[in-house]
Design a protein around this ligand. Sequence first.
Ligand SMILES: NC(=O)c1ccc[n+]([C@@H]2O[C@H](COP(=O)([O-])OP(=O)(O)OC[C@H]3O[C@@H](n4cnc5c(N)ncnc54)[C@H](O)[C@@H]3O)[C@@H](O)[C@H]2O)c1
Length: 270
Amino acid sequence: MQNYLQELFGLNGKTAIVTGGAMGIGKGIAISLASAGATVLIADRVSTDDASETMKELRSINASCSYYQIDLTDINKLPALVKKAVSEYGALDILVNNAGIYKYQAMLDMSEDMWDKVLDLNLKSAVFLSKEAATAMKQKGNGGRIINITSVDAMKPVAPNLAHYDASKAALRMFTRSFAKEVAPFGILVNDIAPGGVNTPGTKLIAGENPSAEQLKALEAQTAGFIQMLPIKRFGEPEDIGSATLFLAGKAATYITGTTLVVDGGMLIM
Ligand SMILES: NC(=O)c1ccc[n+]([C@@H]2O[C@H](COP(=O)([O-])OP(=O)(O)OC[C@H]3O[C@@H](n4cnc5c(N)ncnc54)[C@H](O)[C@@H]3O)[C@@H](O)[C@H]2O)c1
């Protein structure tokens, strides 16, 4: 049994880049992959100091995990990130495009700047990092996995005032399918995971940067009502997305490409 599970889900000797891994879902994914044996390189924009708690936790699981500070929307800097993984660890086997922002804004009040901010990170950076990663994977000749974190919003506009976000995630979901077709001949499998509501530092900011007691109360009431309607009566946790990523990253998912794994507590069947 032990050997069988190790064979299906073990990631010993594999190297993974997890974007936006300093906190939230990305941190859950990084811990999950490292716990299965992978060496994880977290790529995030926060300072090394701000990432230190996460890195401490991660290095207690696998000492060779490392941190790379980068603003992923600076597309010209993406090749150096992949180069770093290859030169430091010998290869890049897994890329998880997780970093994303969701700033609530009505489309009728949308500025071009806000639209670009969301699309530049959620779509463009993931697309161009996938290109760099797949190029390195193809060169190495051992195949690889690319896992994009999309959202249930890629399939259904769940919350109001997220037209820019929903468009970015739907486009990333279709890119996943299209790119999966292109790189399958090289043994590179590309899938996406669509989370529902997950407890993270990002979702805590939904009520605003400095929410009033009233705003927080309103958000709490809204969340409680939402959980009541959810078939699995709890919010998701970063580990829920971590274990789904682990599945798609390992041997167990060798025959899966170009698809979406929905991890939403049943939100889409509400
Ligand atoms: N939390 C949810 O309910 C939920 C639901 C569906 C999908 N998602 C998706 O999951 C992903 C992670 O969400 P989260 O809730 O953990 O977010 P979060 O805000 O808690 O964490 C996001 C991380 O990305 C990093 N980041 C942001 N912009 C960056 C940039 N330009 N360059 C490098 N790093 C950057 C942040 O520093 C942070 O560490 C996002 O793509 C989000 O759209 C989240």
